[in-house]
Design a protein around this ligand. Structure first.
Ligand code: C2E
Ligand code: CA
Ligand code: CA
Length: 662
């Protein structure tokens, strides 16, 4: 998966719904606050209007009292006063207080007092009308201080609207009783007023509140709908993102998400899990034979069968091609292997005519493991180590594999530079003529002289190059080096022997291989018979026709062709019959091990005899002892290559050692 795609998916997976919920919550609070503020403003406006109306009445009352100079006078005109006040104003009660003493009260009601100095107003608000407070309308300690100027400046209609509204019909919705206070000649006059709140007073308030409530409700409904939409979208998207398009089941991303949580919990509960990479072998060939549709149907069937093998606390997903990722709980290795084998045999019930082969890599989780993708890679690596040929094999990951992987990466990073810098060097191992024990040929074997790692033997990098295809470049390079050496020696007038180079099976994918080899060698203008080409026996199992054609072309061009490592793999004497090759190299394995020696020798003598009949030269490889040499002399084996005579050595050393031969 590309980095950007991976990033996008990760970003999507991180997307959470809670920011939307939080957003909704914050916006709701804001709306509520706005609504409360508007309502509070409107309420305070109503109250203010009521108070101003109260003040106005109090002012009226105070006019009557302003004309009174003494209590005696007050007592005299009390009845008339009350009559006029009743006509002119709408107050409940009047009290006159001087020096903290109630001196007169219209109906025995007056503000009570809590201490010597302060009145506790019976109702919460006390309105004090002064001649000249600092401001027109200020509230201090529950007291509203109002200036007379302010009162005079207010038109009653301005405050209460129409006449009808001054004395509205109907019952009051709320009562607000307030004592108003006016200083007069006779003392402070207190007026109790019931500031009734009528439905009409609340008209604007109700309209505004309803309007705001409607706006808020509309917004909330809109937001809620989009929120629900988002929720369903996310649900749908997460379903898509975690679904495998081929099987319709869960995919790699789900494996990662659920797997990580399962292995984390397993660590805490002491449960053991194995991360498994299961790969069907030769899936491509299956698709080539039966078509892609059939191939996909096969994967679907495998998926369905595998699903039945998995318990609730386990995982199985289809990854890509014919690969499945599994997370299985297990008790011990044996039980796990038995289970995996059973799974393989269940998968083999899909088609009775076709045997399916699987490669299985297993990583056993450890305490502290967190990243299932990393663990899956380990399982994959273990499976890769099995190689392509293995049938139904199971490999457990170990640390060595990881080291190998690191090494492989290093080799791959360095190989191109190494080729450019000529870090690969030709070593020559002599082939000795058995009868006379003189030099009769040599094999060119590569060595890597790495600037940091030093001397690296071919088995540490050739298999990697064979896997990644770089081997063809290396072989071309070796061929060129050998051709150049031969040219140099010919020009120097030295006696030369044929030198063989190894041609990996990877070359046989190209149909113009013979021409290609020819073009490299011909750059140095050396006769073709001084170069021998060693083909490994395994190459003989690939495309036979192509191989036979190439061998014939090479031989026609004058190159000598040898079959390397004969007898090492699945030898086929048959292939000898079909292929016209010049040299047969008997593998060193025939000469190893004490108890097989006798049987081995018997086979060697038979092979030598057969090869002779087929007109081939015989080279025995890996010869380390005099007894082996004597035996081969007896069998009339042509050439011997082995440590008994010499190890592969640098070119200069080879020249030095065999200078007498020249
Ligand atoms: P090979 O082609 O079978 O080469 C013979 C190997 O046997 C060489 O190993 C050689 O050092 C070793 N050998 C020879 N005599 C004896 C002996 O008496 N005892 C023992 N124990 N070993 C002996 P080397 O050089 O390590 O090469 C290993 C393999 O790497 C070669 O096996 C060949 O398959 C591959 N290789 C080496 N160079 C090249 C190359 O340039 N191209 C390709 N494609 N493969 C190469
Ligand atoms: Ca060889
Ligand atoms: Ca060999």
């Amino acid at each position: 998966m590309s980095k950007s795609k991976d990033k996008r998916i990760r970003k999507f997976k991180k997307k959470r719904i809670w920011p939307s919920i939080l957003g909704l919550f914050i916006v709701s609070i804001c709306f509520m606050v706005i609504m409360l503020a508007v309502v509070a403003f409107l309420v305070s406006d109503v109250v203010k209007n009521k108070i101003v109306a109260g003040i106005h009445d109090t002012e009226e009352v105070s006019h009557f009292f302003e004309k009174i100079e003494s209590f005696e006078e007050l007592a005299e005109i009390e009845e008339t006063l009350l009559f006029y006040i009743d006509i002119e104003t709408d107050v409940e009660s009047i009290a006159v207080i001087e020096d903290d003493k109630v001196v007169w009260s219209s109906d025995d009601r007056y503000p009570s007092r809590t201490s010597e100095s302060e009145f506790m107003i019976t109702d919460d608000i006390r309105v004090f009308i002064e001649d000249d407070p600092e401001n027109n309308f200020i509230i201090e300690d529950n007291t509203l201080n109002v200036s007379k100027d302010f009162i005079n400046s207010i038109e009653i209609k301005e405050i209460l609207g129409t006449e009808e509204m001054i004395i509205p019909n109907g019952t009051a919705l709320a009562h607000l009783k307030v004592w108003f206070e006016v200083p007069t000649e006779v003392g402070n006059v207190y007026v109790l007023k019931d500031l009734k709140v009528y439905q009409e007073d609340l008209f604007t308030l109700i309209i505004c509140t309803v309007l705001i409530a409607v706006i808020i409700a509309t917004f909330m409904i809109y937001y809620l709908i989009s929120f629900i939409g988002l929720f369903f979208d996310m649900h749908k998207n997460s379903k898509i993102i975690y679904t495998d398009m081929l099987t319709g089941g869960e995919n790699r991303l789900f494996f990662e998400k659920k797997g990580n949580s399962l292995i984390r919990k397993a660590g805490r509960r002491g449960k053991k899990y194995a991360v498994i990479h299961l790969k069907m072998r030769k899936y491509r060939s299956y698709c080539t034979c039966f078509g892609v549709k059939e191939g996909e149907a096969l994967i679907e069937k495998c998926y369905a069968l595998l699903k039945k093998q998995i318990s609730r606390k386990e995982l199985m997903v289809h990854r890509e091609n014919a690969q499945f990722g599994l997370l299985l709980a297990y008790e011990n290795r044996e039980q796990l292997v038995t289970r995996v084998e059973k799974i393989e045999s269940v998968l083999n019930t899909i088609s009775p005519n076709i045997k399916l082969y699987f490669g299985v890599g297993i990583y056993l989780t450890q305490i502290g493991d967190k990243d299932i993708e990393q663990l899956y890679n380990n399982a994959l690596l273990a499976c890769d180590m099995l190689g392509e040929e293995a049938e139904n094999k199971i490999a457990f990951f170990d640390v060595e594999m990881n080291n190998q992987r690191i090494w492989e990466r290093k080799v791959e990073d360095d190989m191109n530079r190494a080729l450019k810098n000529k870090e690969f060097q030709v070593y020559l191992q002599p082939k000795i003529k058995t009868s006379e024990e003189v030099l009769a040929g040599a094999e060119a074997l590569v060595r890597w002289i790495h600037p940091q790692e030093g001397f690296i033997p071919p088995n540490k990098f050739i298999p990697i190059f064979e896997k990644n295809g770089f081997i063809t470049k290396l072989d071309d390079y070796m061929l060129e080096e050998v051709a150049s050496l031969q040219e140099q020696w010919i020009k120097q007038g030295n006696k030369i022997v044929p030198i063989s180079v190894n041609i990996s099976r990877a070359h046989f994918t190209r149909s113009d291989l013979a021409a290609h080899i020819c073009s490299i060698v011909d750059k140095y203008e050396v006769p073709h018979n001084v170069i021998e080409l060693e083909l490994t026996e395994s190459a003989f199992f690939d495309d036979k026709k192509q191989l036979l054609d190439t061998i014939n072309q090479l031989r026609e061009l004058g190159f000598s062709v040898s079959m390397d490592d004969f007898g090492a793999g699945y030898s086929s004497l048959n292939s000898l019959k079909e292929m016209h090759i010049d040299v047969l190299k008997i593998d060193a394995d025939f000469f190893r091990g004490a108890d097989v020696e006798e049987r081995g020798m018997l086979i060697v003598s038979e092979v030598i005899e057969l090869a002779k009949k087929l007109d081939m030269k015989i080279v025995a490889e890996g010869i380390e002892s005099r007894e082996q040499v004597d035996f081969l002399t007896e069998q009339e084996c042509d050439l011997i290559q082995g440590y008994f005579f010499s190890k592969p050595m640098p070119v200069a050393e080879f020249v030095e050692k065999y200078k007498d031969f020249r």
